[in-house]
Design a protein around this ligand. Structure first.
Ligand code: SAM
Length: 249
C-alpha cells in the first residue's frame, strides 16, 4: 500500500536490520535519509539501490511537500536516519505530521532504538520512564533541566555524547545528589558494549579515571526519585539479602 514508511536501522550492529526493513527499502521509490552518504554505506551493504534524498532539520519542510507529491502519484517513500529509529532525537517530526495532515498513511516498522535497547538491560525500573533526549550543552541549562526532573519518580533516559559525559555526570551529581543510582550504557550492540552502574558519585569517578569510558555512544539512565522512606526500604532489602548471602553455603 502507498505510505510513508518509518524504518529503523541498526545502532551499531548491521545484523540488527530486519528482513521487512530490507524489503520495504527495496520496494519504495524514494528513501529520505538524514545523510545520504552515511546511509549509502548501509544501503549498499544490503544491495539496496533505491533512489535517495537528504532530509535534515534545515530542509524538512520543503522536502515534505515534495514527498507528499510522490505519495499523491501513488509512490511510497521510506524515512531512515543515520542510526536507530527516525524522529527519536533525529529528523522526521515535521515530515510525519505534514504527511498525516495531507491525509496519507504513515506506517512504522519496529526496530532498533538506543534508549529502549539500553533500558531493557539496565536493571532500572522499566514500568515507567521518561525519555529526555540530549541534556543542554551549557551547564546552567543542564542544571535547570535536571532540577526540574529531580523529583520525577520515573526512570530518566538521556542521550549523551562522549565529549560531554563527564560534565553531564557532574551536573547529575550536583542536581540529583551523589547517591542517585545511574546506569551508563556505552556502545550498545557493538564490540565494546559496556554497562556501568552504581551511585552517580562512583560512576563519575570510574569515568574520570578511565578515558576509554569517555568514548563512543552513550545512553545515561537515572533511577527515578525515591522518597526517604522508599530509599530506606531499598537499603534494608539490600542489607537483608547480604545477610542471607553470608548464611548460604
Ligand atoms: N534515533 C536514534 C535512536 O533511535 O536511538 C538516536 C539518534 S541520536 C542523534 C544519537 C545518540 O543515540 C547518541 O549520541 C547516543 O546517545 C545514542 N546511541 C546511538 N547508538 C548508540 C549505541 N550503540 N549505544 C549507546 N548509545 C547509542
Amino acid at each position: 500500500a502507498v505510505a510513508l514508511y518509518i524504518v529503523p536501522t541498526p545502532i551499531g550492529n548491521l545484523a540488527d536490520i530486519s528482513s521487512r526493513a530490507i524489503e520495504v527499502l527495496n520496494n519504495v521509490s524514494l528513501i529520505a535519509c538524514e545523510d545520504t552518504r552515511h546511509s549509502g554505506k548501509l544501503l549498499s551493504h544490503f544491495g539496496i539501490e533505491t533512489r535517495k534524498t537528504a532530509l535534515h532539520d534545515h530542509n524538512e519542510r520543503d522536502r515534505a511537500d515534495w514527498i507528499i507529491q510522490k505519495l499523491s502519484n501513488g509512490e511510497s517513500v521510506a524515512l531512515i536516519s543515520d542510526a536507530g529509529t527516525p524522529l527519536i532525537s533525529d529528523p522526521g517530526y515535521h515530515l510525519v505530521s505534514a504527511v498525516r495532515s495531507a491525509g496519507y498513511p504513515v506506517s512504522p516498522l519496529p526496530g532498533p532504538c538506543a534508549a529502549i535497547t539500553a533500558l531493557s538491560a539496565s536493571g532500572l525500573p522499566s514500568d515507567r520512564f521518561s525519555f529526555e533526549g540530549f541534556l543542554p550543552s551549557k551547564e546552567k541549562g543542564r542544571l535547570d533541566k535536571l532540577t526540574d526532573l529531580k523529583e520525577d519518580p520515573r526512570t530518566l533516559i538521556f542521550y549523551e555524547s562522549p565529549h560531554r559525559i563527564v560534565h553531564s555526570l557532574e551536573s547529575i551529581l550536583t542536581a540529583l545528589g551523589g547517591d542517585r543510582q545511574i546506569v551508563m550504557a556505552r556502545e550498545v550492540t557493538k564490540t565494546f558494549e559496556t554497562f556501568l552502574s552504581g551511585p552517580v558519585s562512583e560512576v563519575l569517578e570510574t569515568v574520570k579515571s578511565d578515558p576509554n569510558q569517555q568514548r563512543g555512544e552513550i545512553v545515561l539512565m537515572c533511577h527515578g526519585y525515591r522518597t526517604a522512606q522508599e530509599s530506606e526500604i531499598a537499603s534494608e532489602v539490600v542489607n537483608t539479602l547480604k545477610l542471607l548471602a553470608d548464611e548460604l553455603p
